[in-house]
Design a binder for this molecule. Structure first.
Ligand code: C2E
Ligand code: CA
Ligand code: CA
Length: 568
């Protein structure tokens, strides 16, 4: 089969040209060619058309082969170039090769031409493959292959360039981070090709329905980032809403529809960061905040940022407070509704801050949870609570003590040995200890968490689900996890007297708990009316301000001594 070949033949003598053409046709090429002999024509042909090969005579009137080669170089064309000449001497030919000609063939030895061409065509194709591959590698170094959007590295460079311009021109800039929720779950249930299609659809929707960003990147699997720069102010409220609205409609992934939830975080230049790194980091922190507060979007704020200098100082102080016993525990009783007797107390931590007074857990727990400080903090709480339990036990008060754990605690394999040490050192009856874990804590699918829970249970300690109903409730996990107690969140309890929906929810939780053989504590009981309704509904236990606010150990001891049940 003939090999198609697009040949630019640079030759002034028609007879020589014909010899070359004849040789090539004989050698199995199907030619498409142009015959030229001036610099202008060469330039014209090379810029307007694509050529597989250039064969050039050495000397022509007003033009020569070396000049022809120079044009190729100038136009940055990698096309095999073969010099064919009768006049060129060996030396000139070697020079031509040095300047980049791929071969030279004497007019009297044209039989060499075809093998030379075949060899050069092979080589150029290898060179081009290699070049394409290098370009691909370079592309991958700076882009996400699925969406072809810039990757994080490229985005950072691009954004830094934009920010420099913004600073110069007095423009505002806003960096938005869009985090796709439950990406791993989506990944687990979709084919890779479908997942890629879905991501591209998300990108398309963002592109077509929102103002066009100055820069748009895929930072990692589940996060996208956009930079907007503008001379007019950039209303982030509106931006957050517009972007959120884009995800209201599901995405079609034939034949199913997929709902995508996103958490959107916004950071403003220069208030929230002076360079791309800081802005991106802070927009991501804001997105995490939006997620944890169940909001669609959030603007960055340093007080929510656990690594901001303010919080870093707070953590330092808290570390010292734990070491120096500056934490205190307040205790809140839990009663059995039917007999009014106390069954247990919950230990609630406070921080006795030297200048700010007694700080509630809301002021420092989140920061502790996001750092490793929650580990020593919990150790401190468990120790202090056990000591207190021993005192009460010695005074004949038969109650259990309930200790709050954070997700971090049950994801920490070290918790197991901490618990062993505690039970040995404090000499507390494990059946008189309950650990409270929030739903989100219990739902984390980590194997360590499950191990830890099972271990707690195997030691005889109780496990309570805290704030039940407040998170992403799922009755399903209660069937598989070693849970003894359900604490219904106070948002369902506080209006139970007047709100029929809340009453219905509580009824169904009670119903379920009964079937599953779990105890139920209603949290946040603030009035006698609430307690009455709970009694009628058959709720077993209650806790709340109506019964007692959390108290210091001393007043709590007095309170306990005056109640039935506790003395049993
Ligand atoms: P929680 O475990 O749900 O604790 C109950 C919270 O509700 C306590 O707030 C308590 O003072 C409050 N409360 C009790 N009864 C009522 C009521 O009738 N009405 C109202 N409005 N509130 C009531 P506190 O002490 O500020 O603790 C807040 C949260 O901090 C706790 O919520 C718990 O999640 C966490 N926490 C407290 N101590 C610890 C601890 O040692 N470790 C861990 N990981 N978390 C703790
Ligand atoms: Ca609790
Ligand atoms: Ca609670």
């Amino acid at each position: 089969m003939a090999t198609p070949l697009r040949l630019l033949l640079v030759e002034d003598a028609e007879i020589d040209a014909n010899l070359v053409l004849h040789e090539l046709e004989k050698g199995g090429f199907e030619l498409q060619y142009a015959l030229v002999s001036t610099e202008r024509d060469v330039r014209d042909q090379l810029t307007r058309f694509q050529w597989d090969l250039v064969i050039s005579d050495y000397s022509m009137p007003g033009f020569n082969g070396i000049q022809c080669l120079a044009i190729l170089h100038e136009l940055d064309l990698d096309i095999p170039f073969i010099l064919v000449s009768g006049t060129v001497g060996e030396e000139l030919a070697v020079d031509a090769m040095k300047t980049g000609a791929h071969d030279y063939v004497m007019k009297g030895r044209l039989h060499r031409l075809v093998p030379a061409i075949r060899r050069e065509l092979r080589e150029v194709s290898i060179r081009r493959d290699r070049k394409q591959f290098m370009e691909h590698l370079e592309f991958l170094a700076y882009h996400d292959p699925i969406t072809r959007l810039p990757n994080q590295q490229y985005f950072i460079e691009e954004v830094d360039t934009h920010l420099r311009k913004c600073a110069h021109a007095g423009k505002a800039a806003v960096l938005v981070s869009i985090e796709i929720e439950r990406f791993n779950e989506i990944r687990a249930i979709t084919q890779p090709a479908d997942l890629n299609a879905l991501i591209n659809r998300i990108i398309d929707r963002i592109r077509s329905h929102s103002r066009s960003p100055n820069s748009f990147a895929r930072i990692n699997d589940q996060s996208l980032a956009l930079l907007y720069a503008s001379t007019q102010g950039l209303p982030h409220e509106e931006m957050g809403k517009t972007l959120t609205a884009l995800f209201e409609e599901p995405f079609s992934l034939d034949p199913i529809l997929v709902h995508i939830d996103v958490a959107i975080g916004i950071a403003v230049f220069p208030e929230h960061g002076e360079d791309a790194h800081q802005l991106l980091r802070n927009a991501t922190i804001a997105a995490n905040l939006a997620r944890s507060k169940h909001r669609d979007y959030a603007l960055y704020s340093s007080k929510d940022d656990r690594t901001s200098p303010e919080n870093a100082a707070l953590l330092g102080e808290l570390r010292d407070a734990i070491r120096q016993d500056k934490l205190v525990l307040h205790y809140q009783p839990i009663i059995e509704i039917a007999g009014n007797g106390v069954t247990g107390v919950e230990a609630l931590v406070r921080w006795n801050h030297p200048t700010r007074g007694l700080l509630p857990p809301g002021m420092f727990l989140e920061a502790a949870e996001h750092s490793n400080l929650i580990i020593p903090l919990t150790r401190w709480v468990a120790n202090a609570a056990s000591q207190q339990w021993k005192k009460w036990h010695g005074a004949g008060l038969n109650i259990y003590i309930s200790i709050n754990l954070s997700i971090r605690n049950i994801q920490n394999p070290g918790f197991i040995s901490d618990l062993d040490t505690l039970l040995e050192d404090a000499d507390i009856n494990p059946h008189k200890m309950v650990f409270e874990i929030t739903e989100s804590g219990i739902m984390t699918d980590s194997e360590v968490a499950l191990e830890v829970l099972k271990y707690i249970h195997s030691k005889g300690c109780g496990i309570a689900i805290d704030d039940f109903g407040a998170g992403q409730s799922s009755f399903a996990y209660l069937k598989v996890l070693p849970v003894d107690i359900i604490k219904i969140d106070r948002m369902f309890i506080s209006n139970i007297v007047t709100d029929v929906h809340d009453a219905a929810i509580v009824t169904s939780i009670l119903d379920f708990a009964k079937r599953m053989n779990k105890k139920v504590i209603a949290e946040g009981v603030e009035t006698s009316g609430t307690l009455d309704v709970l009694r009628k509904l058959g709720c077993g236990f209650a806790q709340g301000y109506y019964i007692s606010k959390p108290l210091d150990p001393e007043p709590m001891t007095q309170w306990l001594k005056g109640r039935p049940g506790a003395n049993a």
